[in-house]
Design a protein around this ligand. Structure first.
Ligand SMILES: Cc1cc2nc3c(=O)[nH]c(=O)nc-3n(C[C@H](O)[C@H](O)[C@H](O)COP(=O)(O)O)c2cc1C
Length: 245
């Protein structure tokens, strides 16, 4: 199994998204998959120019010469596409969205019906891969992933990718702090690792494993009070520093 992963987290390996992405990719490797990870922050990916030249003038190609040519090659050669992103304004972080917009050359302009719904199939030469979403968000509730999840599921359905699941970590900054404080939350990392191993060895991730990755690690009221207090203290310090400056 060949896996290509793209992370749109500007914090790359040090981010909250990477807390889940890293063990997931390690699990895939331990399960025998060949894995490549790219950070959009290190790639040159210009926004789509919206001219449809990749459908009308040079079918299957984009006239913009940047890292998307390499991305297309990697995607065409992979069995699993992993899209990793922090939730930004309830959606995909901008640089990863640019990459997703530039997938247009990989799909046909012709509209076919899939389950009675209009869709654009993948072009010949882009095998139907599995799509996995990995994401983290700041707020406590799982419904903060709803718009992002809907977007990824719709993308998969429309072009004929097999949506293999979403590894979602809510209240991720709190999760990070608890990890650093050695609170008993490492089971979440173990679940992310298990998700990778399951995907590599069975082709699927169990709902129980996905559930374990997203489990609440702190009650909502505690989460809210803790962060409000932390910000209050931080901003008080800032005010004092400014008075002394
Ligand atoms: C510009 C911006 C927008 C954000 N929007 C949301 C949001 O809509 N909902 C949410 O729950 N968290 C939101 N967050 C919080 C991040 O999703 C969260 O901190 C995430 O874990 C960061 O991941 P990273 O460390 O990999 O960058 C936002 C953060 C930033 C910087």
């Amino acid at each position: 199994m060949r896996v290509v992963a793209f992370s749109g987290s500007p914090n790359m390996e040090n981010g909250n998204t990477a807390l889940i992405l890293r063990p997931f990719l390690d699990g895939l490797i331990d399960g025998g998959a060949a894995v490549e990870l790219f950070h959009t922050r290190k790639l040159d990916i210009q926004p789509c120019q919206g001219d449809f030249n990749c459908w009308r003038k040079i079918p299957g190609h984009c006239f913009q010469q940047d890292d998307m040519q390499m991305v297309h090659t990697k995607l065409r050669a992979s069995d699993v596409w992993v899209m990793a992103t922090p939730v930004y304004v309830w959606g995909v972080a901008g640089p990863l969205k640019n990459l997703m917009d530039r997938l247009m050359p990989l799909i046909e302009p012709f509209i076919t019906l899939r389950d009675g719904h209009c869709s654009h199939p993948l072009r010949a030469g882009t095998p139907a891969a599995k799509l996995v979403l990995v994401s983290s968000c700041g707020f406590w509730e799982m419904d903060n992933f709803d718009p992002l999840l809907l977007q990824m599921r719709t993308l998969a359905r429309t072009v004929g990718l097999d949506f293999a699941g979403a590894l979602l970590r809510p209240h991720a900054p709190a999760f990070r702090m608890m990890l650093e404080a050695n609170a008993p939350v490492r089971d979440v990392l173990d679940a992310a690792h298990a998700a990778g191993q399951q995907l590599a060895t069975t082709g699927a991730i169990s709902p129980e494993t996905l559930h374990a990755i997203s489990r609440p690690v702190v009650p909502m009221d505690e989460f809210r009070h803790f962060f409000n207090e932390q910000f209050r203290q931080e901003l008080d310090h800032l005010d004092k520093d400014m008075v002394h400056a």
